[in-house]
Ligand binder design. Structure first.
Ligand code: PSU
Ligand code: MN
Length: 327
């Protein structure tokens, strides 16, 4: 497969080498670093997540906007820069990409922007914590994350622990259905709810085996059906928070956000940090655990996708008989 290039894009040497060799690469976002977690836990987690992915035989590519370029694969000092910058870094979705690149500023990419950059770089798998979605009360506020629209159009598989129950998860799944975005679940039938395992809503398809996940995703794209696929992976049991507690705290944090007039892209970071304070830091530990768990699922998926591609390109005699055309 040709490796796409763009004057706006700079790959780190390890990412460039992995892609040139056809080794699997896993994209990672940077909003979770700058806006989703406090320093220094954010940088420590980012490094540990990268190590986990490397340990499984895939190459991590954390994506951020630095000095007017999209950086795909960050050096250690760049992770530190973002982590320390926190809210000083712009939170960049599709809308903000040209603004921050043209101005040469520091930008942390959301799920939406990271998908765009990953697709530009030819990376098929992207790991995050939770995707954005339809906010509660969206009928009034119109607050629907740009992540959902991006999933509708950009062909990247997004591995997540579902979406936070600060959102209206029923409406989020309706929106994804309308836009033809398949929601796969790994390890359970239901869509995950970030801090808790069960959202109470069924995912579209349960597929536990990474090879089968890869087959599903490859088939979608082979059919010319552009757009993302969500792979929901529940937070490990031991790290999950209690549903009743989370719901109460979310209601409280949402009330505070309303009182303080917090709107738009400031809402999600505000809620994350309030819930952290209200749980005495337990929600942060949960967040870190679920991202690491997602990183492992993402690496397994990237390996399976790369293997399927290598087999498809191998001479017929090496392939044996396959039940699946195109493999
Ligand atoms: N999930 C997390 N931490 C985060 C986010 C998601 O565990 O910081 C970020 C992601 O970057 C996601 C964004 O794209 O929140 C959604 O923001 P909004 O709701 O404003 O679209
Ligand atoms: Mn929003």
């Amino acid at each position: 497969m040709p490796i796409p290039s763009s004057p706006w894009l700079i790959r780190s040497a390890p990412v460039a080498a992995a892609q040139a060799a056809g080794r699997p690469v896993v994209a990672l976002e940077s909003t979770i670093i700058a806006h989703g977690m406090p320093y220094p836990e954010n940088v420590r987690t980012a490094r540990e997540v990268e190590q986990l992915i490397r340990g499984m035989g895939a190459e991590p590519a954390t994506i951020a906007l630095i000095g007017g370029r999209i950086h795909v694969g960050l050096a250690d000092a760049e992770l530190e820069l973002l982590g320390r910058a926190g809210n000083q870094a712009a939170k960049v979705s599709r809308r903000g990409l040209p603004a921050v690149l043209a101005a040469g500023g520091l930008g942390a990419t959301t799920v939406a922007a990271t998908m765009i950059c990953a697709a530009m770089a030819g990376i098929e798998v992207f790991v995050t914590g939770g995707i954005g979605g339809v906010h509660r009360g969206a009928a009034e506020s119109f607050d629907i994350s740009a992540d959902l629209q991006e999933l509708a159009r950009t062909s990247v598989a997004v591995v997540c622990a579902g979406a936070k129950s600060i959102l209206d998860l029923g409406l989020t799944l309706e929106y994804l259905e309308t836009h033809g975005v398949p929601v796969l679940s790994c390890g359970q039938d239901n869509f995950a709810a970030f801090y808790t395992r069960d959202s109470g809503f069924r995912a579209d398809y349960r597929i536990d085996d990474p090879q089968a996940q890869a087959r599903f995703i490859r088939t979608k794209w082979d059919l010319g059906l552009a757009g993302g696929v969500v792979l929901s992976v529940p937070v490990p049991e031991a790290a999950a928070l209690e549903r009743g507690e989370v719901d109460g705290l979310i209601t409280q944090a949402l009330g505070e956000a309303r009182q303080q007039g917090i709107t738009g892209k400031a809402v999600t970071p505000f809620l994350l940090s309030r819930i952290k304070a209200l749980t005495g830091g337990r929600s942060l530990a949960c967040n870190i655990a679920l991202v690491k768990n997602n990183a492992q699922a993402g690496a397994r998926l990237a390996l399976a996708l790369a293997l399927a591609l290598a087999l498809a390109q191998a001479p017929r005699s090496l392939r044996g008989r396959s039940a699946h055309p195109g493999e």
